[in-house]
Design a protein around this ligand. Structure first.
Ligand code: HEM
Length: 509
Protein backbone atom coordinates (compact mmCIF):
# COMPACT_ATOMS: atom_id res chain seq x y z
CA UNK A 1 0.00 0.00 0.00
CA UNK A 2 1.44 3.41 -0.93
CA UNK A 3 1.84 6.04 1.81
CA UNK A 4 -0.90 8.12 0.11
CA UNK A 5 -3.53 5.41 0.67
CA UNK A 6 -4.37 6.17 4.33
CA UNK A 7 -4.74 9.83 3.40
CA UNK A 8 -7.06 9.01 0.52
CA UNK A 9 -9.02 6.72 2.78
CA UNK A 10 -9.27 9.40 5.48
CA UNK A 11 -10.37 12.04 2.97
CA UNK A 12 -13.01 9.82 1.39
CA UNK A 13 -14.20 8.78 4.85
CA UNK A 14 -14.34 12.39 6.01
CA UNK A 15 -16.14 13.44 2.86
CA UNK A 16 -18.80 10.78 3.50
CA UNK A 17 -19.34 12.41 6.87
CA UNK A 18 -19.52 15.80 5.20
CA UNK A 19 -21.73 14.75 2.30
CA UNK A 20 -24.62 13.53 4.46
CA UNK A 21 -25.01 16.72 6.55
CA UNK A 22 -24.43 18.88 3.47
CA UNK A 23 -27.15 17.04 1.57
CA UNK A 24 -29.42 17.32 4.58
CA UNK A 25 -28.89 21.08 4.88
CA UNK A 26 -29.50 21.40 1.14
CA UNK A 27 -32.67 19.32 1.46
CA UNK A 28 -33.99 21.58 4.27
CA UNK A 29 -33.14 24.70 2.30
CA UNK A 30 -34.83 23.33 -0.84
CA UNK A 31 -37.90 22.18 1.07
CA UNK A 32 -38.30 25.59 2.74
CA UNK A 33 -37.71 27.33 -0.56
CA UNK A 34 -40.44 25.28 -2.23
CA UNK A 35 -42.86 25.85 0.66
CA UNK A 36 -42.16 29.60 0.59
CA UNK A 37 -42.60 29.62 -3.17
CA UNK A 38 -45.87 27.68 -3.13
CA UNK A 39 -47.33 29.57 -0.16
CA UNK A 40 -46.28 33.04 -1.24
CA UNK A 41 -48.98 35.53 -0.22
CA UNK A 42 -49.25 39.03 -1.61
CA UNK A 43 -49.35 40.97 1.68
CA UNK A 44 -46.73 43.36 3.10
CA UNK A 45 -43.74 41.78 4.84
CA UNK A 46 -42.74 43.11 8.25
CA UNK A 47 -39.06 43.13 9.02
CA UNK A 48 -35.80 42.70 7.12
CA UNK A 49 -35.92 42.48 3.33
CA UNK A 50 -33.53 41.05 0.75
CA UNK A 51 -31.81 37.73 0.39
CA UNK A 52 -30.78 37.60 4.07
CA UNK A 53 -34.23 38.84 5.22
CA UNK A 54 -35.61 35.41 6.21
CA UNK A 55 -32.47 34.55 8.20
CA UNK A 56 -32.38 37.85 10.08
CA UNK A 57 -36.18 37.65 10.39
CA UNK A 58 -35.99 34.21 11.99
CA UNK A 59 -33.38 35.36 14.53
CA UNK A 60 -35.47 38.42 15.40
CA UNK A 61 -38.59 36.28 15.80
CA UNK A 62 -36.73 33.93 18.14
CA UNK A 63 -35.48 36.66 20.44
CA UNK A 64 -37.85 39.59 20.03
CA UNK A 65 -41.07 37.97 18.81
CA UNK A 66 -43.25 40.63 20.46
CA UNK A 67 -41.43 43.48 18.68
CA UNK A 68 -41.66 41.75 15.31
CA UNK A 69 -45.43 41.41 15.65
CA UNK A 70 -45.94 44.90 17.03
CA UNK A 71 -43.89 46.49 14.23
CA UNK A 72 -45.84 44.55 11.62
CA UNK A 73 -49.12 45.59 13.21
CA UNK A 74 -48.13 49.26 13.58
CA UNK A 75 -46.98 49.46 9.97
CA UNK A 76 -49.65 47.40 8.25
CA UNK A 77 -52.69 47.36 10.53
CA UNK A 78 -54.90 48.89 7.87
CA UNK A 79 -53.75 46.43 5.21
CA UNK A 80 -55.59 43.66 7.12
CA UNK A 81 -52.68 41.22 6.96
CA UNK A 82 -48.90 41.24 7.21
CA UNK A 83 -46.35 38.45 6.96
CA UNK A 84 -43.17 37.74 8.86
CA UNK A 85 -40.06 36.58 6.95
CA UNK A 86 -38.68 33.29 8.24
CA UNK A 87 -36.46 30.55 6.84
CA UNK A 88 -39.41 28.14 6.94
CA UNK A 89 -42.98 28.88 5.79
CA UNK A 90 -43.80 32.53 6.42
CA UNK A 91 -46.59 33.23 8.87
CA UNK A 92 -49.44 35.51 7.95
CA UNK A 93 -51.05 37.62 10.70
CA UNK A 94 -54.57 39.01 10.48
CA UNK A 95 -54.90 42.45 12.05
CA UNK A 96 -58.53 43.50 11.65
CA UNK A 97 -61.67 42.41 13.49
CA UNK A 98 -63.37 41.38 10.24
CA UNK A 99 -60.50 39.22 9.02
CA UNK A 100 -59.94 37.56 12.40
CA UNK A 101 -63.66 36.83 12.41
CA UNK A 102 -63.35 35.24 8.99
CA UNK A 103 -60.32 33.25 10.12
CA UNK A 104 -62.18 31.69 13.03
CA UNK A 105 -65.45 31.15 11.14
CA UNK A 106 -64.01 29.47 8.06
CA UNK A 107 -64.89 25.74 7.93
CA UNK A 108 -62.25 23.25 9.05
CA UNK A 109 -61.84 21.86 5.56
CA UNK A 110 -60.80 25.33 4.37
CA UNK A 111 -58.83 26.86 7.26
CA UNK A 112 -57.99 24.14 9.75
CA UNK A 113 -57.02 24.47 13.42
CA UNK A 114 -56.21 20.74 13.70
CA UNK A 115 -53.89 20.82 10.66
CA UNK A 116 -52.08 23.88 12.01
CA UNK A 117 -51.46 22.30 15.43
CA UNK A 118 -50.56 19.00 13.79
CA UNK A 119 -47.93 20.77 11.71
CA UNK A 120 -46.58 22.83 14.61
CA UNK A 121 -46.43 19.89 17.04
CA UNK A 122 -45.96 17.12 14.45
CA UNK A 123 -48.75 15.48 16.45
CA UNK A 124 -49.05 12.38 14.29
CA UNK A 125 -45.48 11.45 15.20
CA UNK A 126 -45.07 12.90 18.68
CA UNK A 127 -48.49 12.16 20.19
CA UNK A 128 -49.83 9.51 17.82
CA UNK A 129 -52.19 9.59 14.84
CA UNK A 130 -55.22 8.65 16.94
CA UNK A 131 -55.10 11.94 18.82
CA UNK A 132 -56.01 13.86 15.65
CA UNK A 133 -58.18 11.16 14.04
CA UNK A 134 -60.28 10.38 17.09
CA UNK A 135 -60.14 13.34 19.49
CA UNK A 136 -62.68 11.82 21.90
CA UNK A 137 -60.67 13.18 24.85
CA UNK A 138 -62.03 16.63 23.91
CA UNK A 139 -65.61 15.44 24.38
CA UNK A 140 -64.65 13.77 27.67
CA UNK A 141 -62.92 16.94 28.75
CA UNK A 142 -65.96 19.10 28.01
CA UNK A 143 -68.14 16.67 29.96
CA UNK A 144 -65.75 15.74 32.76
CA UNK A 145 -63.89 18.91 33.62
CA UNK A 146 -66.28 21.58 32.50
CA UNK A 147 -69.78 20.35 33.21
CA UNK A 148 -68.62 19.04 36.57
CA UNK A 149 -66.73 22.17 37.48
CA UNK A 150 -68.99 22.78 40.48
CA UNK A 151 -67.67 19.51 41.95
CA UNK A 152 -64.10 20.20 40.89
CA UNK A 153 -63.65 23.65 42.45
CA UNK A 154 -63.60 22.50 46.13
CA UNK A 155 -61.22 19.67 45.19
CA UNK A 156 -59.07 22.06 43.18
CA UNK A 157 -58.95 24.43 46.18
CA UNK A 158 -58.00 21.54 48.45
CA UNK A 159 -55.06 20.65 46.21
CA UNK A 160 -54.02 24.30 45.79
CA UNK A 161 -53.94 24.62 49.55
CA UNK A 162 -51.96 21.39 50.03
CA UNK A 163 -49.52 22.09 47.19
CA UNK A 164 -48.82 25.74 48.04
CA UNK A 165 -48.48 25.23 51.79
CA UNK A 166 -46.08 22.35 51.22
CA UNK A 167 -43.94 24.29 48.75
CA UNK A 168 -44.03 27.77 50.32
CA UNK A 169 -43.42 27.87 54.07
CA UNK A 170 -45.67 30.11 56.18
CA UNK A 171 -42.94 32.03 58.00
CA UNK A 172 -42.36 35.58 59.13
CA UNK A 173 -39.16 36.11 57.15
CA UNK A 174 -39.26 36.61 53.40
CA UNK A 175 -38.50 33.44 51.48
CA UNK A 176 -37.59 33.46 47.75
CA UNK A 177 -39.64 31.23 45.46
CA UNK A 178 -38.72 30.49 41.85
CA UNK A 179 -41.68 31.93 39.96
CA UNK A 180 -41.62 29.61 36.97
CA UNK A 181 -40.31 26.36 38.42
CA UNK A 182 -42.26 26.35 41.69
CA UNK A 183 -45.53 27.47 40.12
CA UNK A 184 -45.17 24.87 37.36
CA UNK A 185 -44.79 22.12 39.95
CA UNK A 186 -47.79 23.35 41.92
CA UNK A 187 -49.98 23.72 38.83
CA UNK A 188 -48.97 20.29 37.49
CA UNK A 189 -50.04 18.74 40.77
CA UNK A 190 -53.34 20.65 40.97
CA UNK A 191 -54.29 19.84 37.38
CA UNK A 192 -53.46 16.17 37.90
CA UNK A 193 -55.74 16.02 40.92
CA UNK A 194 -58.56 16.53 38.40
CA UNK A 195 -56.99 14.31 35.74
CA UNK A 196 -55.92 11.21 37.68
CA UNK A 197 -56.83 11.99 41.31
CA UNK A 198 -55.12 11.05 44.55
CA UNK A 199 -52.55 9.71 45.33
CA UNK A 200 -50.91 9.77 41.88
CA UNK A 201 -51.26 13.55 41.59
CA UNK A 202 -48.80 13.82 44.49
CA UNK A 203 -46.19 11.44 43.10
CA UNK A 204 -43.23 13.65 42.11
CA UNK A 205 -41.92 11.11 39.58
CA UNK A 206 -45.26 10.91 37.79
CA UNK A 207 -45.58 14.72 37.78
CA UNK A 208 -42.07 15.16 36.40
CA UNK A 209 -42.99 12.87 33.50
CA UNK A 210 -45.94 15.11 32.55
CA UNK A 211 -43.61 18.11 32.37
CA UNK A 212 -40.94 16.07 30.56
CA UNK A 213 -43.48 14.93 27.95
CA UNK A 214 -44.26 18.55 27.03
CA UNK A 215 -40.56 19.29 26.54
CA UNK A 216 -40.08 16.07 24.54
CA UNK A 217 -43.03 16.85 22.26
CA UNK A 218 -41.93 20.40 21.58
CA UNK A 219 -38.28 19.54 21.01
CA UNK A 220 -39.28 16.43 19.07
CA UNK A 221 -41.58 18.43 16.79
CA UNK A 222 -38.78 20.87 16.12
CA UNK A 223 -36.49 18.05 14.98
CA UNK A 224 -39.06 15.91 13.16
CA UNK A 225 -40.43 18.69 10.97
CA UNK A 226 -37.12 18.95 9.09
CA UNK A 227 -37.23 15.34 7.87
CA UNK A 228 -39.02 13.92 4.83
CA UNK A 229 -42.43 12.40 5.61
CA UNK A 230 -41.30 8.77 5.22
CA UNK A 231 -38.50 9.21 7.80
CA UNK A 232 -40.61 10.93 10.44
CA UNK A 233 -41.87 7.79 12.28
CA UNK A 234 -38.28 6.55 12.57
CA UNK A 235 -36.96 9.91 13.75
CA UNK A 236 -39.79 10.14 16.31
CA UNK A 237 -38.95 6.71 17.67
CA UNK A 238 -35.16 6.81 17.64
CA UNK A 239 -34.12 10.46 17.80
CA UNK A 240 -36.66 11.98 20.22
CA UNK A 241 -37.40 11.01 23.83
CA UNK A 242 -41.18 11.00 23.46
CA UNK A 243 -41.71 7.21 23.40
CA UNK A 244 -39.37 6.73 26.38
CA UNK A 245 -41.36 9.23 28.45
CA UNK A 246 -44.64 7.62 27.40
CA UNK A 247 -43.24 4.24 28.45
CA UNK A 248 -42.25 5.49 31.90
CA UNK A 249 -45.63 7.17 32.41
CA UNK A 250 -47.36 3.97 31.35
CA UNK A 251 -45.51 2.24 34.19
CA UNK A 252 -46.90 4.78 36.68
CA UNK A 253 -50.45 4.69 35.35
CA UNK A 254 -50.70 0.93 34.80
CA UNK A 255 -51.69 -0.06 38.37
CA UNK A 256 -54.23 2.77 38.60
CA UNK A 257 -55.85 1.96 35.26
CA UNK A 258 -55.80 -1.79 35.87
CA UNK A 259 -57.48 -1.37 39.23
CA UNK A 260 -60.25 0.76 37.73
CA UNK A 261 -60.76 -1.62 34.80
CA UNK A 262 -60.97 -4.58 37.21
CA UNK A 263 -63.49 -2.80 39.40
CA UNK A 264 -65.67 -2.03 36.37
CA UNK A 265 -65.48 -5.67 35.31
CA UNK A 266 -66.34 -6.98 38.75
CA UNK A 267 -68.85 -4.41 40.01
CA UNK A 268 -70.12 -2.60 36.94
CA UNK A 269 -69.50 0.81 35.39
CA UNK A 270 -70.86 2.86 38.28
CA UNK A 271 -69.25 0.96 41.14
CA UNK A 272 -69.36 2.48 44.61
CA UNK A 273 -66.39 4.68 45.42
CA UNK A 274 -65.48 5.16 41.76
CA UNK A 275 -63.13 8.17 41.54
CA UNK A 276 -64.75 11.10 39.78
CA UNK A 277 -61.87 12.40 37.70
CA UNK A 278 -60.92 12.76 34.06
CA UNK A 279 -59.34 9.30 33.93
CA UNK A 280 -62.56 7.59 35.06
CA UNK A 281 -64.56 9.46 32.44
CA UNK A 282 -61.93 8.66 29.83
CA UNK A 283 -62.14 4.93 30.60
CA UNK A 284 -65.95 5.11 30.41
CA UNK A 285 -65.84 6.60 26.92
CA UNK A 286 -62.84 4.72 25.49
CA UNK A 287 -63.85 2.13 22.92
CA UNK A 288 -61.95 -0.73 21.27
CA UNK A 289 -58.21 -0.14 21.00
CA UNK A 290 -58.56 3.12 22.93
CA UNK A 291 -59.30 1.12 26.08
CA UNK A 292 -55.72 -0.14 26.40
CA UNK A 293 -53.31 1.06 29.07
CA UNK A 294 -51.01 2.44 26.38
CA UNK A 295 -53.65 4.51 24.64
CA UNK A 296 -55.23 5.77 27.87
CA UNK A 297 -51.74 6.84 29.02
CA UNK A 298 -51.22 8.75 25.79
CA UNK A 299 -54.49 10.67 26.29
CA UNK A 300 -53.59 11.57 29.87
CA UNK A 301 -50.23 12.87 28.67
CA UNK A 302 -51.89 14.91 25.93
CA UNK A 303 -54.12 16.50 28.57
CA UNK A 304 -51.02 17.30 30.62
CA UNK A 305 -49.49 18.83 27.52
CA UNK A 306 -52.41 21.11 26.61
CA UNK A 307 -53.06 22.27 30.14
CA UNK A 308 -49.83 22.64 32.12
CA UNK A 309 -47.66 24.78 29.87
CA UNK A 310 -50.32 27.37 29.03
CA UNK A 311 -51.69 27.64 32.56
CA UNK A 312 -48.21 27.93 34.08
CA UNK A 313 -47.06 30.58 31.59
CA UNK A 314 -50.22 32.57 32.26
CA UNK A 315 -50.30 32.21 36.03
CA UNK A 316 -46.65 33.15 36.59
CA UNK A 317 -47.41 36.49 34.93
CA UNK A 318 -50.38 36.93 37.29
CA UNK A 319 -48.04 36.32 40.23
CA UNK A 320 -45.46 38.76 38.88
CA UNK A 321 -48.07 41.46 38.35
CA UNK A 322 -49.52 41.18 41.87
CA UNK A 323 -46.03 41.17 43.39
CA UNK A 324 -45.10 44.26 41.38
CA UNK A 325 -48.36 46.13 42.08
CA UNK A 326 -49.11 46.09 45.81
CA UNK A 327 -51.90 48.65 45.35
CA UNK A 328 -54.19 45.85 44.13
CA UNK A 329 -53.70 43.64 47.17
CA UNK A 330 -56.10 45.27 49.66
CA UNK A 331 -59.16 45.54 47.36
CA UNK A 332 -58.64 41.98 46.14
CA UNK A 333 -58.29 40.62 49.67
CA UNK A 334 -61.43 42.45 50.75
CA UNK A 335 -63.42 40.91 47.91
CA UNK A 336 -62.05 37.40 48.40
CA UNK A 337 -62.64 37.48 52.17
CA UNK A 338 -66.21 38.56 51.61
CA UNK A 339 -67.22 35.92 49.06
CA UNK A 340 -64.98 32.99 49.87
CA UNK A 341 -65.39 33.79 53.57
CA UNK A 342 -69.19 33.56 53.23
CA UNK A 343 -69.47 30.55 50.92
CA UNK A 344 -66.14 28.74 51.05
CA UNK A 345 -64.28 27.64 47.93
CA UNK A 346 -67.11 27.15 45.45
CA UNK A 347 -67.69 27.92 41.82
CA UNK A 348 -70.26 30.51 42.86
CA UNK A 349 -67.98 32.34 45.35
CA UNK A 350 -65.23 32.54 42.72
CA UNK A 351 -67.70 33.89 40.16
CA UNK A 352 -68.70 36.64 42.56
CA UNK A 353 -65.09 37.82 42.85
CA UNK A 354 -65.28 40.26 39.94
CA UNK A 355 -62.10 42.17 40.72
CA UNK A 356 -60.15 38.94 40.98
CA UNK A 357 -61.58 37.82 37.65
CA UNK A 358 -60.70 41.17 36.09
CA UNK A 359 -57.13 41.09 37.41
CA UNK A 360 -56.51 37.63 35.93
CA UNK A 361 -58.11 38.70 32.66
CA UNK A 362 -56.02 41.86 32.40
CA UNK A 363 -52.78 39.91 32.97
CA UNK A 364 -53.78 37.62 30.09
CA UNK A 365 -54.66 40.55 27.87
CA UNK A 366 -51.14 41.95 28.06
CA UNK A 367 -49.10 38.85 28.85
CA UNK A 368 -51.00 35.68 28.07
CA UNK A 369 -49.24 32.54 26.89
CA UNK A 370 -48.79 33.89 23.35
CA UNK A 371 -48.68 37.09 21.29
CA UNK A 372 -50.53 35.44 18.39
CA UNK A 373 -53.46 33.03 18.56
CA UNK A 374 -56.08 31.21 16.49
CA UNK A 375 -53.57 29.29 14.37
CA UNK A 376 -55.02 27.97 11.12
CA UNK A 377 -53.63 26.21 8.05
CA UNK A 378 -55.20 26.63 4.61
CA UNK A 379 -56.38 23.20 3.44
CA UNK A 380 -57.14 24.57 -0.01
CA UNK A 381 -56.66 27.86 -1.82
CA UNK A 382 -58.75 30.49 -0.03
CA UNK A 383 -59.68 34.08 -0.80
CA UNK A 384 -60.60 36.42 2.05
CA UNK A 385 -63.38 39.00 1.71
CA UNK A 386 -60.78 41.79 1.28
CA UNK A 387 -59.45 39.97 -1.81
CA UNK A 388 -56.35 38.46 -0.14
CA UNK A 389 -55.58 35.11 -1.72
CA UNK A 390 -53.84 32.47 0.38
CA UNK A 391 -52.68 29.24 -1.28
CA UNK A 392 -53.09 25.79 0.23
CA UNK A 393 -50.56 25.22 3.01
CA UNK A 394 -50.45 28.85 4.25
CA UNK A 395 -50.09 29.39 8.01
CA UNK A 396 -52.34 32.06 9.47
CA UNK A 397 -52.71 33.62 12.93
CA UNK A 398 -54.54 36.45 14.65
CA UNK A 399 -52.21 39.27 15.78
CA UNK A 400 -53.68 38.97 19.27
CA UNK A 401 -51.54 41.07 21.63
CA UNK A 402 -50.99 43.95 19.16
CA UNK A 403 -54.79 44.15 18.92
CA UNK A 404 -55.09 44.06 22.70
CA UNK A 405 -52.72 47.04 22.86
CA UNK A 406 -54.49 48.99 20.13
CA UNK A 407 -56.02 52.26 21.48
CA UNK A 408 -58.87 51.87 18.97
CA UNK A 409 -59.80 48.62 20.68
CA UNK A 410 -59.13 49.28 24.40
CA UNK A 411 -58.89 53.07 24.56
CA UNK A 412 -55.96 55.43 25.07
CA UNK A 413 -54.50 53.37 27.95
CA UNK A 414 -54.66 50.12 25.96
CA UNK A 415 -50.96 49.37 26.46
CA UNK A 416 -51.10 50.08 30.22
CA UNK A 417 -51.97 47.57 32.93
CA UNK A 418 -55.29 48.29 34.62
CA UNK A 419 -56.15 45.37 36.88
CA UNK A 420 -59.74 46.46 37.34
CA UNK A 421 -60.34 47.39 33.70
CA UNK A 422 -62.87 44.62 33.17
CA UNK A 423 -64.61 44.81 36.56
CA UNK A 424 -65.10 48.54 35.92
CA UNK A 425 -66.51 47.74 32.49
CA UNK A 426 -68.97 45.39 34.19
CA UNK A 427 -70.27 48.31 36.31
CA UNK A 428 -71.64 49.90 33.14
CA UNK A 429 -75.36 49.52 32.45
CA UNK A 430 -76.23 46.11 30.97
CA UNK A 431 -72.65 44.81 31.24
CA UNK A 432 -72.83 42.95 34.57
CA UNK A 433 -72.65 39.53 32.94
CA UNK A 434 -70.09 40.50 30.30
CA UNK A 435 -66.29 40.72 30.30
CA UNK A 436 -65.65 37.56 32.36
CA UNK A 437 -62.13 36.17 32.13
CA UNK A 438 -63.53 33.10 30.37
CA UNK A 439 -65.37 35.22 27.78
CA UNK A 440 -63.56 35.30 24.45
CA UNK A 441 -64.24 37.87 21.75
CA UNK A 442 -62.64 39.30 18.63
CA UNK A 443 -61.04 41.86 20.95
CA UNK A 444 -59.89 39.33 23.54
CA UNK A 445 -57.92 36.44 22.10
CA UNK A 446 -55.67 34.75 24.70
CA UNK A 447 -57.88 31.65 24.43
CA UNK A 448 -58.64 32.10 20.74
CA UNK A 449 -62.27 32.69 19.78
CA UNK A 450 -65.06 30.73 18.15
CA UNK A 451 -65.40 27.01 17.45
CA UNK A 452 -61.89 26.11 18.55
CA UNK A 453 -61.59 28.56 21.44
CA UNK A 454 -59.81 26.84 24.31
CA UNK A 455 -62.31 24.57 26.10
CA UNK A 456 -59.87 24.34 29.02
CA UNK A 457 -60.41 28.00 29.94
CA UNK A 458 -63.43 27.03 32.03
CA UNK A 459 -60.99 25.09 34.16
CA UNK A 460 -57.85 27.26 33.86
CA UNK A 461 -59.52 30.53 34.92
CA UNK A 462 -61.02 29.19 38.20
CA UNK A 463 -57.69 27.50 38.85
CA UNK A 464 -55.72 30.74 38.44
CA UNK A 465 -58.27 32.64 40.52
CA UNK A 466 -58.11 30.03 43.30
CA UNK A 467 -54.32 30.15 43.34
CA UNK A 468 -54.14 33.94 43.45
CA UNK A 469 -56.89 34.12 46.09
CA UNK A 470 -55.20 31.50 48.26
CA UNK A 471 -51.85 33.28 48.02
CA UNK A 472 -53.37 36.66 48.90
CA UNK A 473 -55.27 35.25 51.87
CA UNK A 474 -52.19 33.63 53.40
CA UNK A 475 -49.07 35.41 52.18
CA UNK A 476 -47.53 38.81 51.48
CA UNK A 477 -45.62 38.83 48.21
CA UNK A 478 -42.98 41.12 46.71
CA UNK A 479 -40.21 41.22 44.12
CA UNK A 480 -36.58 41.87 45.04
CA UNK A 481 -36.47 45.23 43.22
CA UNK A 482 -40.23 45.82 43.01
CA UNK A 483 -40.08 45.85 39.19
CA UNK A 484 -42.25 43.63 36.98
CA UNK A 485 -39.82 41.04 35.50
CA UNK A 486 -39.43 41.30 31.73
CA UNK A 487 -41.07 38.58 29.66
CA UNK A 488 -39.28 36.55 26.97
CA UNK A 489 -40.87 36.43 23.55
CA UNK A 490 -39.89 33.40 21.50
CA UNK A 491 -41.72 33.20 18.19
CA UNK A 492 -45.33 33.87 19.19
CA UNK A 493 -44.88 32.41 22.69
CA UNK A 494 -44.66 34.60 25.76
CA UNK A 495 -42.55 33.19 28.58
CA UNK A 496 -42.03 34.63 32.05
CA UNK A 497 -38.47 35.37 33.11
CA UNK A 498 -37.35 31.88 34.21
CA UNK A 499 -34.92 33.25 36.82
CA UNK A 500 -37.22 35.80 38.49
CA UNK A 501 -37.99 35.09 42.13
CA UNK A 502 -41.01 36.17 44.13
CA UNK A 503 -40.57 36.66 47.87
CA UNK A 504 -43.24 35.23 50.17
CA UNK A 505 -43.86 35.60 53.90
CA UNK A 506 -46.78 34.90 56.24
CA UNK A 507 -49.42 37.57 55.75
CA UNK A 508 -48.91 40.47 58.20
CA UNK A 509 -52.22 41.94 59.31
C1 HEM B 1 -54.40 29.93 30.81
C2 HEM B 1 -54.34 28.73 30.27
C3 HEM B 1 -54.65 28.41 28.84
C4 HEM B 1 -54.47 29.17 27.71
C5 HEM B 1 -53.89 30.57 27.60
C6 HEM B 1 -54.93 28.36 26.59
C7 HEM B 1 -54.93 28.79 25.26
C8 HEM B 1 -55.44 28.07 24.21
C9 HEM B 1 -55.52 28.54 22.84
C10 HEM B 1 -55.03 29.91 22.35
C11 HEM B 1 -56.08 27.57 22.10
C12 HEM B 1 -56.36 27.62 20.57
C13 HEM B 1 -57.65 28.35 20.32
C14 HEM B 1 -57.88 28.77 18.87
O1 HEM B 1 -57.00 28.61 18.04
O2 HEM B 1 -58.96 29.30 18.54
C15 HEM B 1 -56.35 26.46 22.99
C16 HEM B 1 -56.91 25.26 22.60
C17 HEM B 1 -57.09 24.20 23.45
N1 HEM B 1 -56.90 24.19 24.82
FE1 HEM B 1 -56.21 25.67 25.96
N2 HEM B 1 -55.35 27.16 27.06
C18 HEM B 1 -55.21 27.15 28.43
C19 HEM B 1 -55.53 26.12 29.31
C20 HEM B 1 -56.04 24.91 28.93
C21 HEM B 1 -56.36 23.83 29.84
C22 HEM B 1 -56.23 23.91 31.37
C23 HEM B 1 -56.80 22.81 29.08
C24 HEM B 1 -57.27 21.44 29.50
C25 HEM B 1 -57.71 21.14 30.70
C26 HEM B 1 -56.77 23.24 27.68
C27 HEM B 1 -57.15 22.49 26.60
C28 HEM B 1 -57.21 22.93 25.29
C29 HEM B 1 -57.63 22.10 24.17
C30 HEM B 1 -58.03 20.63 24.26
C31 HEM B 1 -57.57 22.90 23.02
C32 HEM B 1 -57.91 22.48 21.57
C33 HEM B 1 -59.35 22.78 21.27
C34 HEM B 1 -59.82 22.21 19.93
O3 HEM B 1 -59.17 21.31 19.40
O4 HEM B 1 -60.85 22.69 19.42
N3 HEM B 1 -56.30 24.52 27.64
N4 HEM B 1 -55.96 26.80 24.26
Amino acid sequence: MSSATPWLFAISHASAWLVVPTLFVFYIWLKNFIIQWTTWVDVPAAGPKGILGPYIGEVRLWFWGDRVLQEGYDQYRDAGFFKVPETGPWRIFATSRELIDELRKAPDDELSFAAATNEILQQDFTMGKNITRNPYHLTVMRFSLIRNLGAFVPRMADEVQAAISERIPLQDDWVPIKGLKDMRDIITRVINRSLVGLPLCRDPEYLALGAQYSIDVMLGAYIIKYFPEFMKPLVARFVTNVERTIGKTRGKLRPVIEERLNMIQEKGRDYEGKPSDFLSHLIDEAEGEERTIDNLTRRILVMNFVSIYTTTMSFVQVLFYIAAMPEYVAPLREEIEKHVGEEGWTRSSLTKCRKLDSFVKECQRLRGAGTGSSARMAMKDYTFSNGTFVPKGTFLFAAAVPRHKDPDVYGPDAAEFDGFRFSNMREEAGAATKHHAITTSLDYLPFGHGRHACPGRFFAVPLMKTMLAYILLHYDVKLADGKLPDARYIGISTLPDPYAKVYFRRRHR
